[in-house]
Design a protein around this ligand. Structure first.
Ligand code: DX5
Ligand code: ZN
Length: 212
């Protein structure tokens, strides 16, 4: 799915219309504290909600998601992902987001292991393995995250859970294939999509590469 981080922030509606074949839109919320970058917040997500029926996948890179995340579910986002490293009470927060009718995503930075948090898998709908350090688009995919993708898929299968395994950061035709082989089944691409001459065709070609 395309990340709007690499879209034209002065023309978000136009950027959304450039990718009609996308299954979903990934929206990166950054607060200049959890990550050293500042993007957009709830009012802009509400405005995006007003101009598209697409599945909105909100990726919160913010401090205090316990306070802010439920508001994104209330705004009509289909999925709300918060970072484990920032959450004070991840189980309570996951339940609160679900109670508001959205899917729950749990994100891990590249150096955060999955094993100590395996118990949380029963509380979530999606696990996001960051494949770059969060904060900026256009970074290089970190190969060191591949074994974690494989181990996460194993843990999910062993528990018999139906959880999407998403990768975000440095996703290209080449890295999407390797991520899919490792076990990922949801893919975020920012610069690869909006940096291309034909963003919509790139969405399709990335989907094909993931399925190969
Ligand atoms: C980075 C964001 C990503 C970003 C990915 O912290 O979470 O969603 O848009 O950008 P690319 O695909 O350019 O690495
Ligand atoms: Zn993201």
């Amino acid at each position: 799915m395309p990340s709007l981080l690499s879209a034209d922030f002065a023309n978000l509606q136009q950027s959304i219309e450039q990718v009609p074949d996308a299954d979903a839109l990934h929206v990166d919320v950054m607060d200049n504290h959890f990550v050293p970058n500042l993007t957009l917040g709830l009012p802009v997500v509400e405005a995006i909600r007003n101009v598209t029926d697409k599945f909105l996948d909100i990726h919160l890179m913010i401090e205090d998601p316990d306070v802010w995340a439920p508001g994104y579910a209330e705004a009509g986002a289909e999925s709300v992902t918060f970072h484990l490293e920032a959450a004070r009470a991840p189980v309570r927060l996951a339940r609160e987001i679900r109670a508001k009718g959205a899917r729950v995503g749990l994100a891990l930075k590249p150096a955060t292991p999955i094993e100590p948090y395996a118990e949380l898998l029963g509380e979530i709908d999606m696990l996001l393995i960051m494949t770059v350090e969060p904060g900026f688009g256009g970074q290089k995919f970190l190969d060191l995250t591949l074994p974690k993708i494989t181990r996460s898929r194993e843990l999910i299968s062993k528990a018999g859970l139906d959880i999407w395994l998403q990768v975000d950061g440095g996703v290209s035709a080449e890295t999407i294939e390797r991520s899919a082989e490792a076990g990922a089944d949801a893919f975020v691409a920012g610069s690869a999509v909006f940096g291309a001459d034909d963003p919509n065709a790139t969405v399709s070609s990335l989907r094909t590469a993931a399925a190969d």
